[in-house]
Design a protein around this ligand. Structure first.
Ligand SMILES: Cc1cc2nc3c(=O)[nH]c(=O)nc-3n(C[C@H](O)[C@H](O)[C@H](O)COP(=O)(O)O)c2cc1C
Length: 183
């Protein structure tokens, strides 16, 4: 696909088939993440590939979290943690993206990770796969850290990958004229 077509076709997929994705394809997607630009070329990303029981365990932790914290919402947006957890259960591959625990570089590293994850989303689209960029996982990051046991790293976000069950419509976008000013 042409790059523009890939960009236009990328969606957040929230419905997946159970079929596993083979290692070569996952590595191809990770490699596209690895090639992203990063502030000071710090490449502040580590990837943990999580499947089957551990993936489902993470989703269960998120569901448990919603039972105990159902009144908590981020600013004016309704919580999507429960829905995201259910989607994690459906899809075969969850990629945890970890960054160094270094507060001095928080903004730069987070921006760099954004570029990395978008590269992976675009490559997944190009390969006919669906993906979902996930931040709702942050609520259970301490528990995940305890289970997996990584040190000097912390969870930034996650990316779900799988064969899509359906192709969602594009969500609304602001018009260029409303967000651009030329001087
Ligand atoms: C940093 C980031 C975090 C996100 N976290 C979640 C999430 O936890 N759960 C979810 O369902 N969607 C999540 N999304 C997907 C957004 O809701 C989605 O990108 C947005 O609604 C636009 O839809 P589209 O991706 O289909 O164009 C996230 C997207 C980004 C960029």
């Amino acid at each position: 696909m042409e790059l523009k077509e890939v960009i236009e076709k990328r969606r957040s997929f929230r419905s997946y088939k159970k079929d596993d994705i083979n290692k070569d394809i996952i590595e191809d997607i990770l490699n596209c993440g690895r090639l992203a630009p990063s502030a000071k070329n710090r490449q502040p990303w580590n990837f943990l590939i999580v499947k089957r029981e551990l993936k489902d365990k993470i989703a269960d932790l998120m569901l448990e979290y919603t039972k105990n914290n159902n009144e908590k919402r981020k600013s004016n947006f309704p919580s999507s943690v429960k829905e995201t957890a259910k989607i994690i259960k459906q899809a075969p591959v969850l990629i945890l993206i970890l960054r160094p625990k270094e507060t001095n570089w928080l903004i730069e590293d987070s921006l760099s990770i954004g570029a990395c994850v978008e590269n992976m989303c675009l490559r997944a689209t190009d390969l006919g796969l669906g993906s979902l960029w996930i931040r709702d996982i942050e609520h259970v990051s301490n528990q995940i850290e305890k289970i997996i046991g990584y040190s000097n790293l912390e969870l930034s976000c996650a990316l779900l990958i799988g064969l899509p069950r359906e192709f969602p419509k594009q969500r609304p976008r602001k018009e260029l004229k409303d967000i651009v000013r030329w001087y």
